[in-house]
Write a protein that binds this ligand. Structure first.
Ligand SMILES: O=C(O)[C@@H](O)C(=O)CO
Ligand SMILES: [Mg+2]
Length: 253
């Protein structure tokens, strides 16, 4: 198995370039992040080149976080801001060779939001296509993100079908899927053709994956048996020094 360190949660005690170096030293095969925009592209690119780690993905900006926004792409009336965030994310991803951009939907619901999300995603997929970038959408659980537009994989599948772009895929985050829908093994098998990236964390506290209700020793075997070879995103909250939480690597043996 290969693993990607999600630097939105791991090694957040240091600047992003040093977090990339820490992930390399700990034995990760790749990195991914959330919102790198305050860090100069050159510094991130230099750390990636130095370590040889690929950056798998990053997220579009959430919007006005002081006002509680968590993404813009499904918000009626915010199309200009949503597309600026998409352009920014694609430009940053292209500059550091990142394979994916997660377009965050935000808090919205209803037919207007449905149409806006599909239109903004169509825009994102066209813009990303020329750079060979995959656009991801991710259902978030309703405990952490109540009211988030996208909460289930069935809704994500319907959106992906409505957009109909080959470079639009599902971020299958085992943590969110377990909290909302369960049946991880069968669900992942059924969704595999539309999955673009897989993430994991302990459930329900989002701690290290060797604790909680999900048996990741089993899940890693399932994922491997499905022929998935891309790195899996370790997106958990270490609750202390990240190095002290890496015992879960042994789950793959
Ligand atoms: O699962 C998550 O929370 C992340 O993957 C993310 O990108 C949105 O916060
Ligand atoms: Mg996630």
């Amino acid at each position: 198995m290969k693993f990607s360190a999600n630097l939105g949660f791991l090694w957040t005690d240091r600047p992003l370039p040093d977090a990339i170096r820490a992930a390399k030293a700990a034995g990760f095969d790749a990195v991914e992040c959330h919102w790198p925009y305050e860090v100069p592209v050159e510094a991130v690119r230099a750390a990636l080149e130095e370590t040889g780690l690929p950056m798998l993905g990053l997220n579009t900006r959430r919007g006005d976080t002081d006002a509680g926004e968590n993404g813009l792409a499904a918000l009626p009336g915010r199309e200009v801001d949503a597309r600026a965030a998409i352009d920014e994310a694609i430009a940053y991803a292209a500059a550091i060779g990142a394979a994916c951009v997660h377009v965050m939907a935000g808090f919205a619901k209803g037919p207007e939001a449905d149409a806006v999300f599909v239109e903004n995603l169509s825009y994102a997929c066209k813009a990303a296509h020329g750079h060979g970038i995959t656009v991801l959408i991710e259902p978030l659980n309703h405990y952490d993100a109540p009211g988030y537009y996208l909460a289930t994989t069935s809704h994500a599948r319907a959106v992906i079908e409505a957009v109909g772009a080959p470079n639009l895929k599902l971020m299958f985050d085992c943590y969110h899927v377990q909290l909302m829908e369960g049946d991880l093994t069968n669900r992942l098998k059924g969704l595999l053709p539309i999955v673009g990236h897989i993430q994991f964390a302990g459930v329900p506290d989002r701690g290290a994956p060797d604790r909680g209700e999900v048996n990741y020793a089993h899940m890693f075997k399932v994922i491997d048996a499905l022929g998935w070879t891309a790195p899996l995103g370790a997106e958990y909250k270490p609750g202390g020094p990240t190095e002290d939480t890496l015992g879960w690597f042994t789950l793959t043996r």
